[in-house]
Design a protein. Structure first.
Length: 189
Protein backbone atom coordinates (compact mmCIF):
# COMPACT_ATOMS: atom_id res chain seq x y z
CA UNK A 1 0.00 0.00 0.00
CA UNK A 2 2.68 2.52 1.02
CA UNK A 3 5.67 0.84 -0.60
CA UNK A 4 6.00 3.53 -3.31
CA UNK A 5 5.78 6.50 -0.90
CA UNK A 6 9.00 7.85 0.62
CA UNK A 7 7.27 9.68 3.46
CA UNK A 8 4.21 7.58 4.16
CA UNK A 9 2.16 7.62 7.38
CA UNK A 10 3.66 4.31 8.53
CA UNK A 11 7.31 5.31 8.28
CA UNK A 12 6.55 8.61 9.99
CA UNK A 13 5.58 6.63 13.11
CA UNK A 14 9.23 5.58 13.44
CA UNK A 15 11.09 8.80 12.61
CA UNK A 16 13.47 9.69 15.41
CA UNK A 17 13.06 6.31 17.13
CA UNK A 18 15.63 4.20 15.25
CA UNK A 19 17.33 4.21 11.80
CA UNK A 20 14.38 3.37 9.54
CA UNK A 21 14.90 3.08 5.79
CA UNK A 22 11.39 2.16 4.63
CA UNK A 23 8.10 0.88 5.98
CA UNK A 24 4.88 -0.39 4.48
CA UNK A 25 1.78 -2.43 5.13
CA UNK A 26 -0.28 -4.33 2.60
CA UNK A 27 -3.77 -3.29 3.73
CA UNK A 28 -5.71 -1.29 6.32
CA UNK A 29 -7.01 -3.23 9.28
CA UNK A 30 -10.61 -2.69 10.35
CA UNK A 31 -12.41 -5.05 12.70
CA UNK A 32 -15.20 -5.85 10.26
CA UNK A 33 -13.16 -6.45 7.12
CA UNK A 34 -12.47 -9.81 5.43
CA UNK A 35 -8.77 -9.12 6.14
CA UNK A 36 -9.47 -9.03 9.87
CA UNK A 37 -11.15 -12.40 9.56
CA UNK A 38 -8.10 -13.86 7.78
CA UNK A 39 -5.76 -12.50 10.46
CA UNK A 40 -7.91 -14.04 13.19
CA UNK A 41 -7.86 -17.38 11.35
CA UNK A 42 -4.08 -17.61 11.26
CA UNK A 43 -3.41 -15.90 14.57
CA UNK A 44 -5.91 -17.70 16.79
CA UNK A 45 -7.10 -20.74 14.82
CA UNK A 46 -3.90 -22.41 13.65
CA UNK A 47 -4.06 -21.55 9.96
CA UNK A 48 -0.32 -21.01 9.57
CA UNK A 49 -0.43 -21.84 5.86
CA UNK A 50 -2.74 -18.83 5.39
CA UNK A 51 -0.09 -16.57 7.00
CA UNK A 52 2.53 -18.04 4.63
CA UNK A 53 0.36 -17.52 1.54
CA UNK A 54 -0.51 -13.94 2.52
CA UNK A 55 3.21 -13.25 2.99
CA UNK A 56 3.88 -14.58 -0.51
CA UNK A 57 1.06 -12.55 -2.06
CA UNK A 58 2.19 -9.36 -0.29
CA UNK A 59 5.80 -9.86 -1.41
CA UNK A 60 4.69 -10.53 -5.00
CA UNK A 61 2.75 -7.30 -5.09
CA UNK A 62 5.45 -5.04 -3.68
CA UNK A 63 8.51 -6.72 -5.27
CA UNK A 64 8.38 -4.64 -8.47
CA UNK A 65 8.79 -1.43 -6.44
CA UNK A 66 12.29 -2.48 -5.35
CA UNK A 67 11.25 -2.61 -1.69
CA UNK A 68 13.43 -5.68 -1.01
CA UNK A 69 16.45 -4.67 -3.13
CA UNK A 70 18.94 -3.65 -0.43
CA UNK A 71 17.64 -5.70 2.51
CA UNK A 72 19.98 -8.37 3.90
CA UNK A 73 17.75 -10.39 6.24
CA UNK A 74 14.15 -10.79 7.36
CA UNK A 75 13.51 -10.90 11.11
CA UNK A 76 9.99 -11.84 12.22
CA UNK A 77 8.83 -10.30 15.49
CA UNK A 78 9.14 -13.16 18.00
CA UNK A 79 6.47 -14.46 20.33
CA UNK A 80 7.21 -15.39 23.92
CA UNK A 81 7.89 -19.12 24.14
CA UNK A 82 4.72 -19.69 26.20
CA UNK A 83 2.53 -17.87 23.66
CA UNK A 84 4.16 -19.76 20.80
CA UNK A 85 3.44 -23.06 22.56
CA UNK A 86 -0.16 -21.95 23.03
CA UNK A 87 -0.59 -21.01 19.34
CA UNK A 88 1.78 -23.78 18.14
CA UNK A 89 3.68 -21.39 15.84
CA UNK A 90 4.66 -17.73 15.37
CA UNK A 91 2.39 -16.12 12.78
CA UNK A 92 4.96 -13.40 11.99
CA UNK A 93 7.53 -16.08 11.19
CA UNK A 94 5.13 -17.73 8.73
CA UNK A 95 4.41 -14.38 7.07
CA UNK A 96 8.20 -13.84 6.87
CA UNK A 97 8.70 -17.29 5.33
CA UNK A 98 6.14 -16.45 2.64
CA UNK A 99 7.98 -13.18 1.93
CA UNK A 100 11.29 -15.08 1.81
CA UNK A 101 9.98 -17.52 -0.77
CA UNK A 102 9.25 -14.65 -3.17
CA UNK A 103 12.16 -12.35 -2.30
CA UNK A 104 14.90 -15.00 -1.79
CA UNK A 105 15.95 -13.26 1.44
CA UNK A 106 17.02 -15.34 4.44
CA UNK A 107 14.81 -15.41 7.53
CA UNK A 108 16.62 -15.16 10.86
CA UNK A 109 14.52 -16.35 13.79
CA UNK A 110 17.18 -16.30 16.50
CA UNK A 111 18.40 -12.68 16.29
CA UNK A 112 16.01 -11.45 18.95
CA UNK A 113 13.93 -13.15 21.61
CA UNK A 114 10.89 -12.10 23.56
CA UNK A 115 11.92 -12.40 27.21
CA UNK A 116 8.68 -11.33 28.87
CA UNK A 117 5.19 -12.73 28.48
CA UNK A 118 2.88 -9.78 27.90
CA UNK A 119 -0.87 -9.65 27.95
CA UNK A 120 -2.64 -9.08 24.66
CA UNK A 121 -2.37 -5.57 23.26
CA UNK A 122 -5.78 -5.57 21.57
CA UNK A 123 -7.67 -3.55 24.20
CA UNK A 124 -4.83 -1.27 25.33
CA UNK A 125 -4.36 2.43 24.58
CA UNK A 126 -1.26 3.64 22.72
CA UNK A 127 0.49 4.59 25.97
CA UNK A 128 -0.44 1.28 27.61
CA UNK A 129 0.93 -0.59 24.59
CA UNK A 130 4.24 1.28 24.78
CA UNK A 131 4.51 0.58 28.50
CA UNK A 132 3.51 -3.07 28.00
CA UNK A 133 6.27 -3.58 25.41
CA UNK A 134 9.08 -1.76 27.22
CA UNK A 135 12.12 -4.04 27.45
CA UNK A 136 10.38 -7.28 26.39
CA UNK A 137 12.88 -8.15 23.64
CA UNK A 138 16.54 -9.09 23.89
CA UNK A 139 19.07 -9.23 21.03
CA UNK A 140 21.02 -12.43 20.37
CA UNK A 141 23.74 -13.31 17.83
CA UNK A 142 24.54 -9.66 17.08
CA UNK A 143 27.70 -10.28 15.05
CA UNK A 144 25.88 -11.46 11.93
CA UNK A 145 23.78 -8.27 11.85
CA UNK A 146 26.63 -5.74 12.07
CA UNK A 147 26.21 -3.21 9.25
CA UNK A 148 23.16 -5.00 7.88
CA UNK A 149 19.77 -3.80 6.70
CA UNK A 150 17.06 -5.94 8.29
CA UNK A 151 13.37 -6.20 7.55
CA UNK A 152 11.24 -6.55 10.69
CA UNK A 153 7.99 -8.37 9.91
CA UNK A 154 4.80 -8.46 11.97
CA UNK A 155 1.14 -9.16 11.26
CA UNK A 156 -0.58 -5.91 12.30
CA UNK A 157 0.76 -2.49 13.29
CA UNK A 158 -1.54 -0.44 15.48
CA UNK A 159 0.63 1.95 17.50
CA UNK A 160 4.20 0.96 16.51
CA UNK A 161 4.94 -0.24 20.09
CA UNK A 162 5.87 -3.83 19.21
CA UNK A 163 8.06 -2.99 16.21
CA UNK A 164 9.75 -0.18 18.15
CA UNK A 165 10.50 -2.44 21.10
CA UNK A 166 11.90 -5.12 18.79
CA UNK A 167 14.12 -2.60 16.97
CA UNK A 168 15.22 -1.12 20.31
CA UNK A 169 16.61 -4.52 21.31
CA UNK A 170 18.71 -4.61 18.12
CA UNK A 171 19.66 -0.96 17.72
CA UNK A 172 22.95 -1.23 19.63
CA UNK A 173 24.33 -3.37 16.79
CA UNK A 174 26.83 -1.25 14.92
CA UNK A 175 25.54 0.02 11.57
CA UNK A 176 22.21 -1.79 11.67
CA UNK A 177 19.35 -0.28 9.65
CA UNK A 178 15.69 -1.24 9.70
CA UNK A 179 12.83 -1.53 7.29
CA UNK A 180 9.38 -2.62 8.42
CA UNK A 181 6.68 -4.67 6.76
CA UNK A 182 3.31 -5.74 8.13
CA UNK A 183 0.31 -7.33 6.50
CA UNK A 184 -1.95 -4.70 8.00
CA UNK A 185 -1.88 -1.29 9.58
CA UNK A 186 -4.60 0.13 11.75
CA UNK A 187 -6.74 2.58 9.85
CA UNK A 188 -6.47 4.90 12.87
CA UNK A 189 -3.04 6.27 11.80
Amino acid sequence: MYHTWDENPMIKQFWGKFPTVKATAWFFYTHDSPYAHMIHLFKYHGRKRLAFELGKMMASEIMASGFFDDIDYIIPVPLHIDRERQRTYNQSEWIARGIAEKSSLAVITNAVERTSYTMTQTKKSANERLENMNGVFKAKHNDVLTGKHVLLVDDVMTTSATLTACADALREIEGIRFSLLTLAISNQL
